[in-house]
Design a protein around this ligand. Structure first.
Ligand code: PCA
Length: 199
């Protein structure tokens, strides 16, 4: 059976929850004929990439799907690109706040996701859930993780990052949100598209 490494993040920036952690906790051990290896990551530039790359080396998965919250978004957004730049808007959960530093010194400016972005968008939309491709994962911990993983595994297996909207329970009335069940169904559809690409 093929294995998909799925990562999600803890809460950050004063939030009490992170919908990606909730998704990770609800995901079953098997989905769409693939075994899911689930890893919860700290919202820390250094430790998140270390933990994810260590898990990749240990598990040798057939695909890598990383999840994070993008509180300003109103759709499920698979990322096309990781950028070789850290620019923290707020300190990470370890208090680290890098400004204009590369993720990988001397690495290329961008690395492309190697999971099927358009197929994921189609699969999520087919469930009636808003989705679109995104060309920017930000310059914070999520982009750092995406770039670092693409650099680490060389895109050898389908690898990418999906940002999800906030949930109403986060209590950010000024920001868009999506019901948790919809986010969960969207991520299941996305994982189904990735699993199909492995067949
Ligand atoms: N979102 C942040 C970091 C953790 C998360 O869930 C980001 O977009 O960088």
């Amino acid at each position: 059976m093929k294995t998909v490494l799925v990562t999600a993040f803890e809460p950050f920036g004063g939030d009490k929850l992170n919908p990606t952690q909730m998704v990770l906790e609800r995901l079953p051990a098997e989905l769409s004929g693939c075994a899911l290896e689930k890893i919860l990551l700290p919202v820390e530039f250094v430790r998140s990439r270390e933990a994810a790359c260590e898990a990749y080396d240990r598990l040798r998965p057939d695909a890598v799907v990383m999840l994070g919250l993008a509180g300003t978004r109103d759709a499920i957004t698979p990322e096309t690109t990781g950028r070789n730049l850290m620019k923290a808007r707020i300190p990470d959960n370890a208090g680290y706040e890098p400004q204009d530093e590369p993720v990988v010194p001397d690495g290329p400016e961008t690395l492309s996701s190697t999971f099927p972005v358009e197929k994921i968008v189609e699969a999520v939309r087919a469930k009636g859930i808003p989705a679109r491709a995104s060309d920017s994962a930000g310059l914070y911990v999520c982009n750092n993780l995406l770039y670092a993983m693409l650099d680490h595994n060389g895109g050898a297996v389908p690898t990418g990052f999906i940002h999800v909207p906030a949930v109403p329970e986060l209590g950010h009335p000024d920001m868009p949100s999506m019901e948790f069940d919809m986010i969960y169904e969207g991520i299941c559809a996305a994982l189904g598209a990735v699993a199909e690409s492995l067949e």
